[in-house]
Ligand binder design. Structure first.
Ligand SMILES: Cc1cc2nc3c(=O)[nH]c(=O)nc-3n(C[C@H](O)[C@H](O)[C@H](O)COP(=O)(O)OP(=O)(O)OC[C@H]3O[C@@H](n4cnc5c(N)ncnc54)[C@H](O)[C@@H]3O)c2cc1C
Length: 308
């Protein structure tokens, strides 16, 4: 351990202080704002160095250490940083958000208060088609005239739901019951406090293309506009080692090694033994794991030795 320091300064991050308390717009009427934060890139380094009794070093060494910690999944130093956000988000999106159990949350209560009089509206060009290949996703947009009609119907529905809600309140119905038919598009607000380790986990899942567009918009705002200012060294490492990285399974590694070593027959044999090449009457049966493998290999310009 180092000698007892006389005084420890609270870490401040100027670039984050610049946007502290400022709402960053998301969707048509949502926002994210930083209410407070604790720690910075330095705090991660400091925590890691306490583990083996060394003090702060040069910036380039700090950068190297942060990158090492993130690459090798040393998680606790990242838990030394906390952030508290105030978010305004449609309830359907919040329903996905709240599944992340490792944050501390206080949400606006529609039992106690009248529900926020705003519901997320969809612009005519923003209606997305059901994806053909992915039951959970969307792909392509509806044509303009249909979109315009659906937006009109949405406005009617929101107005009717709000009227009915208001009428119930006027008759003295309890807020906790009056709210039951409000649309899921109704905005809610919450304080969301989370440490950096869990925030990065949230961002990894919710910035991803597989996440729904709405929550992805929030995650990307938090990542690109907040975390990048708060902990720039960690953010860059996160982009390098998580967001922009591709991981290979043992199966993928085996097939890739066989192909690049010039042994396509061995790659075929392996894929067969892994059960990836089952055939039906119309050729290869659909197989999600094989499709993922093919997509990864295609990323590296590697052709697979099997045919549909
Ligand atoms: C693209 C996508 C699609 C999804 N689709 C669905 C769906 O169809 N249906 C559905 O129900 N959910 C769905 N989810 C939600 C998903 O299953 C997770 O519940 C959500 O992403 C939260 O992840 P998490 O548990 O890792 O995060 P957190 O709750 O923040 O937890 C972080 C980590 O802490 C640990 N942890 C936390 N609590 C526990 C615990 N009680 N026991 C053990 N370990 C714990 C785990 O390691 C966990 O990964 C989807 C999520 C995504 C990103």
């Amino acid at each position: 351990m180092e000698e007892k320091p006389s005084r420890v300064e609270r870490p401040r991050v100027e670039s984050l202080d610049e946007i502290l308390g400022q709402p960053l717009d998301v969707l048509d009427d949502g926002f994210v704002r930083v209410v407070d934060y604790m720690g910075a890139d330095d705090s991660i380094v400091q925590a890691a160095r306490v583990s083996y009794g060394k003090g702060t070093k040069q910036v380039h060494e700090d950068r190297g250490l942060i990158r090492y910690l993130l690459r090798h999944r040393h998680t606790t130093p990242f838990e030394m940083c906390d952030i508290k956000l105030h978010v305004r988000v449609p309830m359907d999106c919040w329903r996905q958000w709240i599944r992340h159990r490792t944050a501390s949350v206080n949400e606006y209560s529609t039992r106690y208060s009248i529900a926020i009089d705003a519901a997320q509206e969809t612009a005519p060009g923003d209606w997305r088609m059901q994806a053909a290949g992915n039951r959970q996703g969307s792909g392509g947009s509806l044509e303009a005239a249909t979109g315009a009609r659906l937006t009109e119907r949405e406005a009617e529905l929101h107005a009717l739901a709000r009227d009915v809600y208001q009428e119930r309140l006027e008759h003295g119905v309890a807020r906790e019951q009056a709210r039951k038919d409000l649309p899921l598009a109704t905005y809610t607000e919450a304080y969301w406090k989370v440490n950096l380790h869990n925030l990065l986990h949230f961002l990894r899942l919710r910035m991803d293309d597989h996440a729904q567009l709405e929550i992805r918009s929030y995650a990307r705002t938090i990542g690109h506009e907040i975390v990048s200012r708060w902990v720039p060294l960690t953010w860059q490492a996160f982009l390098d080692y998580h967001i922009g990285a591709t991981s290979l399974t043992r199966l993928e590694r085996g097939v890739l090694q066989a192909i690049t070593a010039g042994h396509p027959d061995e790659a075929l044999r392996l894929a067969e033994s892994f059960g990836l090449l089952a055939r039906g009457a119309d050729g290869l049966k659909r197989n999600r794991e094989r499709a993922e493998m093919e997509a990864k290999l295609a990323e590296f310009g590697v052709e697979v030795p099997w045919k549909e």
